[in-house]
Design a protein around this ligand. Structure first.
Ligand SMILES: Cc1cc2nc3c(=O)[nH]c(=O)nc-3n(C[C@H](O)[C@H](O)[C@H](O)COP(=O)(O)OP(=O)(O)OC[C@H]3O[C@@H](n4cnc5c(N)ncnc54)[C@H](O)[C@@H]3O)c2cc1C
Ligand code: FES
Length: 375
């Protein structure tokens, strides 16, 4: 057990990359979302790029076993980070248990407890070097990384920023007043709230700007010029719908940055989702060359030269029609763990914890010699 373990600490620190945080404050933000303010237990400067998340390990399993979940940083002070967590209830009409870790945060975690987390980490990052206008487009609890971005953009004051947030109604809408105050204080930020089913109270108190869902016409009205960088986060169907609307409006794909709060899927134009048999299977055995290591996928019998323009072996396997398990694509969840049957690889970004033995995390590895993977 790590020396940092204290009377309040809920799981021992399992890897050197993990940190202990004390929960200094818990705030009810809406009927379903609570914020947790976290202060690191060690003396250190808190650096994070808006968009990053923490990976928590908490004893939330049915028998108290440790589970890992990612939560985006929604705000910060010099000394503390904030995460805002939605209580994931079981889907209507099912008997599934409520979400394990979100229930743990909402119902078991108390102020002054200590939790362990890895990070800040992630690839969905605000480009702080650009002065291009920005659109922050969120659905539901997908607003959390975008709120951290909004604070940063307000502080810098250089990028014109349009925030568009869609949710059910004012009862579930978290951090509304914080965002309104931020936009009132900053000349470069505007916000537009879209409620699908506003309550009478929302209507009486004019708590929203549009009723319904985000449409092409709304985006055309709110976004008069077309040189924005978009940051998109929300439930899967919302993300796919917004992605398609933006493409219809002529936005270039490379201007659309996004994060999924589940498996880190790649958004595609509708009708272009390639199936396993439609992808590069045709190029099997085709492309060995002298300069790049050969990657052999043992189970599938595919053998191809490594393509250094791809970020990692997970992308490479998908490019060749395989569908390995994945979730975070960032070295934190272990879902992509694969046996390296022969050869050598390197970690191009350090994962949260390197797996033992011959296993590697293919989402953050590349080959350095010819390899065979158990895929
Ligand atoms: C990069 C990233 C950032 C994220 N940031 C945030 C954030 O800022 N805020 C936030 O709230 N969330 C965030 N998430 C989501 C978060 O990590 C969790 O996925 C979420 O809280 C659900 O976890 P859980 O343990 O509560 O639910 P789980 O236990 O994983 O359950 C999820 C859902 O499945 C249902 N379920 C249970 N059993 C079954 C079954 N047998 N079949 C079908 N359904 C079942 C549950 O009722 C629940 O609704 C983020 C995710 C990622 C990847
Ligand atoms: S997909 Fe999560 S560690 Fe690789």
């Amino acid at each position: 057990m790590n020396a940092l373990t204290s009377a309040h600490q809920l799981v021992p620190i399992s890897s050197p990359a993990m940190r202990a945080f004390r929960v200094t404050r818990i705030v009810n933000e809406s009927s379903i979302i609570k914020s947790f303010w976290l202060k690191p237990q060690s003396e250190e400067t808190l650096n994070f790029v808006p968009g990053e998340y923490l990976v928590f390990e908490v004893p939330a399993g049915p028998n108290g076993e440790t589970l890992k979940r990612e939560y985006s940083i929604s705000g910060s002070t010099d000394e503390q980070l904030r995460v805002s967590i939605k209580l994931e209830e079981s889907p209507n009409g099912t008997t599934y248990p409520d979400g394990l870790v979100s229930t743990y945060f909402h119902k078991s975690l108390k102020e002054n407890d200590v939790v362990c987390a890895f990070g800040p980490t992630g690839k969905f990052l605000l480009d702080r070097n650009s002065d291009r206008p920005v659109v922050l487009l969120s659905g539901g609890v997908g607003q959390t990384p975008l709120i951290a971005m909004a604070h940063d953009l307000a502080q810098r004051g250089t990028c014109q920023t349009q925030i568009i947030h869609a949710c059910e109604n004012g009862e579930v809408h978290a951090l509304r007043d914080e965002l309104v105050a931020l936009c009132e204080a900053a000349d470069n930020l505007d916000v537009h709230f879209v409620y699908r089913t506003p309550t009478q109270n929302d209507k009486t108190n004019k708590r929203f700007d549009s009723e319904g869902v985000v449409t092409k016409a709304l985006l055309q009205t709110l976004l008069p010029v077309d040189d924005y960088t978009f940051y998109l986060c929300g439930p899967g169907p919302f993300m796919q719908a917004m992605f398609e609307l933006l493409l219809e409006l002529g936005i270039a794909e490379e201007r659309i940055n996004y994060e999924f709060f589940g498996p880190a899927t790649v958004l595609k134009r509708s009708g272009t989702n390639a199936t396993q048999s439609e992808t590069k299977r045709d190029s099997v055995m085709a492309t060995s060359n002298d300069t790049q290591p050969i990657v052999k996928f043992g189970k599938s019998g595919i053998e191809v030269a490594w393509d250094p323009s791809l970020e990692n072996l997970l992308d490479f396997a998908e490019e060749h029609g395989l569908m390995p398990d994945f979730s975070c694509r960032a070295g934190t969840c272990d879902s992509c763990k694969t046996k390296l049957l022969s050869g050598e690889t390197e970690y191009i970004s350090e994962p949260m914890e390197r797996p033992a033995g011959d296993d590697i995390l293919i989402c953050c590895s590349a080959p350095t010699k010819n390899i065979t993977l158990d895929l």
